[in-house]
Design a protein around this ligand. Structure first.
Ligand code: UDP
Ligand code: MG
Length: 328
């Protein structure tokens, strides 16, 4: 089969009700472009029966290509697998809970036709999300923007269109702790934003509890910045400077024999304070070392138990086999 013009990648994790609605919405939008397309549904270890729905959709429409994971690997990894399997000249990443309206894909495509290689969708409004989610998200984007070296656009999610060139480069970046928004900003090329209104979830609950959000934030920070590591240096200089300044002050106070600076409490507080700072610094270093360890192990970043029908090798594990395919 010839490669399609457009690939749509949607990660699915327990989205039983939503995907049944997602497929017709995407089909209608994509058919209206008059171009060939494929929809890659990556099942990220769903346990609610979404897997069977995906299989059925694929049987009824050959343009739907299922990629079924052996277990839950997380949203960013699921999208990565979708990008690896995609064949289109332009690839659109979209959530499967219909928070990203499929109709916006047409706006993304219009910009791509103008010659942009990364077209990201920018949320101007978020409907039906808790203030906690909105505040933490907004804060997160602003902190990331401050401390990282890449210009990651504010208030954008993973809903975006990537040109084949960009997808090919990103599929060579095999870090296990992934922050795709950062990675797609990092590659450069011509990038532009399209504004949209983020809708409420079609059904079900968010699959991004606080723990997963925190993990994503840590991936973003450690993946794109050394700032936390440098923090220990800054704090060290500040506290050393303060103690140097305090030496003459203590001497003078002693000479004019004002009440002496004694007492267990002061000593204890100081020891605890610096003990705390040292432990935090160690923890930060540990965070980076853990990531180095994960990279060194070089494990495949996902395991596919069931690929699209034309993919006869169920053990196909991303790069290693891809490389050998390219070589042969
Ligand atoms: N998702 C996934 N694996 C996960 C968590 C989420 O594939 O471990 C998918 C989920 O099915 C959805 C998308 O990622 O299509 C975004 O997740 P969600 O809507 O829960 O995040 P939110 O919109 O609340 O930030
Ligand atoms: Mg969502």
């Amino acid at each position: 089969m010839k490669n399609p013009i457009f690939s749509i990648v949607a990660p699915v994790y327990n989205e039983l009700e939503s995907i049944a609605e997602l497929y017709p919405r995407i089909r209608d939008v994509m058919d209206s472009t008059g171009e060939s397309w494929e929809l890659i549904l990556v099942d990220d270890g769903s346990q609610d029966g979404s897997t069977d729905v995906i299989r059925k959709l694929a049987i009824n429409d050959a343009r739907v290509r299922p990629v079924i994971f052996a277990r839950n690997f997380g949203h960013q990894i699921a999208v990565t697998a979708g990008l690896d399997y995609s064949r289109g000249a332009a690839v659109v990443v979209i959530d499967s809970d219909l928070q990203d309206p499929p109709e916006v894909i047409l706006d993304l495509i219009a910009k791509w036709r103008e010659g942009y290689e990364v077209v990201y969708a920018k949320r101007v409004e978020r409907e039906g999300e808790s203030w906690f989610k909105k505040t933490t998200a907004s804060l997160f984007y602003r902190i990331i923007c401050r401390i990282t070296d890449v210009q990651i656009p504010l208030d954008t999610g993973d809903f975006r269109l990537l040109d084949r060139k960009v997808v090919n480069i990103m599929s060579k970046m095999r870090e296990g702790h992934r922050f795709l928004r950062g990675m797609s900003a990092w590659v450069g090329f011509k990038q532009v934003g399209v504004e949209y209104k983020r809708a409420t979830r079609f059904a079900g609950e968010t699959k991004y509890p606080f723990k997963k959000m925190l993990k994503l934030a840590l991936n973003a920070v450690t993946g794109f910045s050394y700032f936390p590591l440098q923090l220990a240096t800054y704090l060290g200089f500040i506290s050393a400077g303060l103690s140097v300044i305090s030496i003459p002050i203590v001497v003078i106070l002693r000479l004019i024999s004002s009440p002496q600076l004694t007492g267990q409490a002061t000593t204890l507080i100081t020891v605890l304070f610096f003990g705390g700072i040292q432990l935090i610094s160690l923890g930060i270093i540990g965070e980076y070392i853990g990531r180095i360890y994960d990279e060194v192990k070089g494990r495949p970043i996902y395991i596919v138990s069931e690929g699209p029908s034309e993919d006869h090798d169920p053990t196909r594990l991303n790069l290693s086999t891809k490389e050998s395919q390219e070589k042969s």
